[in-house]
Design a protein around this ligand. Structure first.
Ligand SMILES: [Zn+2]
Length: 176
């Protein structure tokens, strides 16, 4: 018998996270695979993300303490979400690919998912590991996106500079 939440009850018939699943994510009772699936879903589903953040905000202050390690994850998701709204669906797709790599890597490291349930361990340990990995991946994604935009801005500025130089040069040539 596993101490973890039953992953079969994580999603409802419509493919959204169940209330129980969200509570399990909040309480840290999901196993690594369940937490990854839930986080991946929250990264693109506004409906469930709003339910999840509402759930956290509704929790009494004393209940918020144990899930402090989840907050960077949620902040990363919120940034991802607001960023997606500012940009477009292609960026969202890129983020999904990044998350896909995170999922892929985690599953590769875990091997058979049941092994984790067989080995007695503290539930907090894998969650922290996952949380850190996830946050790092999202932040890394931001960093590279940021660099891309900086390069783009530089290129655009250089282009403008050239056009300006040409029009000034052209104007001067006409004036002479
Ligand atoms: Zn959903």
């Amino acid at each position: 018998m596993s101490l973890y939440f039953d992953n079969n009850k994580l999603f409802d018939a419509e493919g959204h996270l169940t209330d129980d699943g969200l509570y399990a994510l909040k309480d840290g009772t999901l196993d690594d695979l369940g937490a990854l699936e839930a986080a991946e879903h929250l990264s693109f589903c506004d409906y469930c993300l709003l339910r999840y953040t509402a759930m956290i905000e509704a929790a009494p202050e004393c209940m918020k303490q144990p899930m402090r390690d989840l907050i960077p994850q949620v902040q990363a998701l919120m940034r991802l979400r607001s960023f997606r709204i500012m940009t477009n669906r292609y960026v969202s797709a890129a983020a999904a690919v990044v998350l896909g790599f995170v999922l892929w890597g985690a599953i590769g490291r875990l091997g058979v998912p049941d092994v984790a349930a067989l080995v007695p361990q503290q539930p907090a340990a894998p969650r922290e590991r996952f949380g850190t990995k996830f946050t790092t991946a999202v932040n890394g994604f931001y960093k590279s996106l940021d660099d891309t935009f900086k390069n783009f801005t530089l290129t655009a500025e250089n282009g403008l500079e050239q056009i300006r130089a040409q029009s000034i040069g052209g104007g001067a040539a006409k004036g002479e």
